[in-house]
Design a binder for this molecule. Structure first.
Ligand code: AMP
Ligand code: MG
Length: 479
């Protein structure tokens, strides 16, 4: 489709005006295209030639109005670091329309009535992080919001006294509703609107529930199951989100709102990636429990629509569901066939061993994928300074994989253990170059984000353990 044939709809605007504010994007000065995601463009049925046009930059800059355009920002509440904030909302993201089931949103496109003290902007570095990371997660097969493209600009934006430049990512998702959207209407006692929101979400994301008895309990069940699966996937790749506030929890079970996230460097249960998270509330190991706590907030918000006892019963099996998913993903990563009694211990012991030896999580699992037999341990042992605990663990592992076909195991493991994940030091390399006007590193990072399980000999350096000086660092939330 040509851009001038583009038609958008806005189903969210059928809800009560309290759900949103109609607001026009405020374009950035001197915007230029940094990168476009051709796969996402194809999903949206936008012709490839159009992606190089001026109009495409104007679309991402909020200047190009597609037919049916009626931009708006969404209202929501949320528990931030455990404290309820009754009114948040899109303070810098503006929805510009839906194409099929995909909702386009410009992050950093100016002030809305939910901006509070913020300037409605997003800086280049955080936009690059979100842009690349959504592609990386997609190809790790982890549910996530997507990005169509990213533009930079000469628009001055100040963060913590430092002058930076503004950027916009055009985010694409099948839902922008958050747990906090439900909390907003529940806290205000507006149960009709709460019901309208639940019906909207069911229609949009869980149509199979439609018309079934007690749909709101079923809705809670669906969200609980997809959230627990998402968490198991995050944990299995060593992803630490960093800001799991309820306003950053997607009702559609997607990874949403990329901020000071990190992939683990050395394996560390208690890894904290968010500099402002002094208590470690959102540490790597806390994530499954935090998501359960967040689901409890959602449950309370939904309780005017369905008896809470039913949802409590469902939530009481959250740990079991999460453990099942984790077991499933980790057995795949270790190449284990079937189920053997000692498997959970084997997995836990691996984590403890990696933490004790400060081994790079991604590198270890990728190297383990190539591991053949006892006489072939040198590459694995080279990932650690001391060998004994790893040898001990490998002895147990050898015993477990004894009857599994080695070629099949290898092929399966190479398909689930990425060679490349976007560690923070790599993203920072891309950002440092981009801030000087060189986007070639961003291009290269996009290539590995697109094919994380492939070899890419030219980027071998990024498949090694994170350089010591960059390991397990914390990032500031300021974005
Ligand atoms: P985040 O940490 O990006 O998920 O944002 C939390 C809340 O703060 C959301 O309501 C955002 O819309 C809002 N926010 C973050 N940064 C800005 C900004 N620069 N201007 C306006 N609102 C912002
Ligand atoms: Mg957010």
């Amino acid at each position: 489709m040509k851009l001038n044939e583009l038609k958008v709809s806005n189903p969210y605007l059928a809800l009560d005006p309290e759900f949103y504010e109609r607001v026009k994007p405020d374009p950035l000065e001197k915007a230029h295209l940094i990168h476009v995601n051709k796969t996402v463009a194809k999903t949206l049925n936008i012709d490839e030639e159009e992606l190089e046009s001026e109009d495409f930059v104007r679309l991402l800059n909020g200047e190009f109005e597609a037919e049916g355009s009626d931009p708006f920002a969404m209202c929501y509440a949320g528990h931030q670091f455990g404290h309820f904030v009754p009114r948040l909302g899109d303070g810098r993201a503006i929805n510009i329309g839906t194409i099929d089931k995909f909702q386009l949103q410009l992050k950093g496109a100016g002030i809305t009535e939910y901006s509070r003290m913020g300037d409605g902007r997003a800086v280049l570095r955080s936009s690059i992080r979100e842009y690349l990371m959504s592609e990386a997660m997609t190809n790790l097969r982890i549910p996530t919001t997507l990005c169509l493209g990213i533009i930079g600009s000469e628009h001055p934006v100040s963060r913590q006294g430092i002058e930076e430049t503004g950027a916009i990512v055009c985010r694409v998702s099948t839902s922008w509703v958050r747990f906090g959207t439900f909390e907003y209407f529940a806290a205000n006692g507006e149960f009709e609107k709460l019901k309208a929101l639940a019906d909207y979400v069911i229609n949009e994301n869980f149509p199979h529930i439609n018309g079934r008895p007690d749909p709101y309990k079923l809705l809670f069940n669906e969200v609980m199951v997809i959230t627990s699966r998402l968490l198991a996937q995050w944990m299995s790749v060593g992803f630490n989100h960093g800001v799991m506030n309820t306003d950053n929890m997607s009702i559609a079970g997607l990874t949403i709102d990329y901020g000071p996230f990190a992939f683990l460097d050395d394996f560390k249960h208690g890894n904290v990636c968010n500099h402002t998270d002094t208590e470690g509330r959102y540490s790597y190991e806390s994530q499954p429990a935090v998501s359960k706590w967040n689901l409890e907030r959602l449950m309370k918000a939904l309780s005017p629509l369905t008896p809470i006892e039913g949802m409590e019963k469902l939530l009481s099996i959250y740990d079991k569901i999460y453990a099942r998913y984790t077991h499933y993903y980790m057995c795949k990563k270790l190449g284990l066939e079937g189920t053997v009694e000692g498997d959970p211990d084997l997995i836990d012991d691996m984590y403890d061993m990696l933490e004790k030896l400060k081994v790079d999580y991604t590198l270890f699992l990728r190297t383990l994928s190539h591991y053949k037999h006892k006489g072939d341990r040198s590459d694995l042992l080279a990932t650690a300074l001391y060998h004994e605990p790893m040898n001990e663990w490998l002895d147990v592992y050898d015993e477990r994989i004894k009857y599994i076909d080695p070629t099949e195991r290898r092929n399966q493991m190479l398909n689930v253990n990425p060679k490349y994940v976007l560690k923070n030091y790599m993203l920072q390399e891309g950002i440092d170059a981009a801030e000087k006007g060189d986007f070639s590193v961003v291009d290269n990072l996009f290539k590995i984000a697109k094919q994380p399980f492939e070899e890419h000999p030219e980027f071998e350096r990024w498949a090694k353990a994170t350089p010591k000086e960059f390991r397990n660092q914390r990032l500031s939330c300021s974005s």
